[in-house]
Design a protein around this ligand. Sequence first.
Ligand SMILES: [Zn+2]
Length: 67
Amino acid sequence: MCLLLCSKEEKEVRRQQASGACPNCGGKVEAVDVGIQWRFFCLPLCFIFKRKYFCNLCSRRLVLYNC
Ligand SMILES: [Zn+2]
């Protein structure tokens, strides 16, 4: 029997305005840095940062392509 005893915590680190506009409604794009911490019991395993993009107006999740 195998139990997965890890938990994942996500918290917002900071939020800032990004360049570009939402393809859906033309609203402003916000970049949100999220810190994700994995825990095994009480031991913090690793901490990673992720950047997510959201539209300010319609709250749609956006994926940014650099080209
Ligand atoms: Zn939008």
